[in-house]
Design a protein around this ligand. Sequence first.
Ligand code: 13P
Ligand code: SF4
Length: 350
Amino acid sequence: SDPGLVERATAAKAALGDRVFVLGHHYQRDEVIQFADVTGDSFKLAREAAARPDAEFIVFCGVHFMAESADILTGPGQQVILPDLAAGCSMADMAVLGQVEAAWEQFTDLGIADDVVPVTYMNSSADIKGFVGRNNGVVCTSSNAKRALTWAFERGQKVFFLPDQHLGRNTAVLELGLELDDCVLYDPHKPNGGLTPEQLRDAKMILWRGHCSVHGRFTVDSVREVRERVPGVRVLVHPECKHEVVRAADEVGSTEYIIRALDAAPAGSAWAVGTELNLVRRMALAHPDKQIMFLDRTVCYCSTMNRIDLPHLVWALEELVAGRVPNRITVDPETAKYARLALDQMLALP
Ligand code: 13P
Ligand code: SF4
C-alpha cells in the first residue's frame, strides 16, 4: 500500500491513542487489516465492540450492519464510525422491515405466529434485529447458527429465518437433521410469500429469500473442477454457500473456523476455499507451505467490503484527530432497545 498513506494512518492512530479502537472484519483488504486492533468474524467483532467501554471511537472496518450492531452494543459515550458509508451488504438489503412485518401479519392471520420464533442472521439491518427482539427471537452469526436454532426450536414449533436462506437451510438440514422438505422459501416479492397456508402450517423452517451475492456464486461445478485438477484437495466453504455446494464440500464454517482449519492444516496439504477473496489470499500468503487456493477463479471480492480502503481509513482517522466525527453510525433508541434484546440473547446462548 501507498507508503505516504501508511505513514499518515500510523501517525493518526498514534495521536488518538486509546481514544480509538479499530475493528477489522476478515474480508477487509490487507492495507486496512494492518491497522486493525482486532480482527474477527462478525460474532467476535460484536463481542469486541461490547468489550471496549473505554474507547471513545470505534472505527469499524467492515460493513454497515456490523457498525449498527456495534453502536447498539456500545455505551452512550462511544461513537461508531464506518469509513465509507457506501459499505453496505446486498444480503442485508434483501430484508426490509415493511416486508417482514407483512409476512408476520400473514402468520398471525393464519394463527401460526405464536408457534414461530424469528431468528435473524447478523447480516441484517438494525430494524430487522429490532423486529426479532420485539418478537422474542434471537440474532445468530455463522459461528453460532446451530446453537441459535436449537434455542429457537426449544421455544417454538417453527423458525422464521432471515435473511440468508442458505445459512438457514444448511444449518437446519446439516446440523439439526431436519429434512429439506421441512424448509419453505418465503419470497417477499410474491403475494403471500409465494406460499399456500398449508405449506406455511406444515413447514418447520420458513426461510427468507435472501442470499449473499459473493458466496452464491460458488457452484458444484467449482467443487468438481478443483477436485479433478488437484487430487486430494480439501474443499472448505462458508455456510452462506448454496446447500448443494456445502454438501459437496469437505468442511463448512464461519470465517474464524476457516482460519483455524487452515492454520491447523499439515504442511503440504491442499485446500480450495469458498469464501471472500481477501481472506483466502491472506491465508495463502500466510501459509506458503500449504497449497491454499480460491474455490472458483471467476468469483470476485465482496465489492462493499472492499469500499473500505486505506484512503478512507486515513480520512476517517485524520478527521477524528482534527476533532470532527465522520460517518457516525447511529441506531434510534427504540429500535436499538429491541435489537439489543436479540443481540444479548445471542451473546447469552449456551
Ligand atoms: P462471518 O464473519 O460471521 O463468517 O460472516 C461472513 C460474512 O459474510 C460477513 O459479511
Ligand atoms: Fe454481505 Fe456477502 Fe459481502 Fe458478507 S460477503 S458483506 S454477506 S455481500
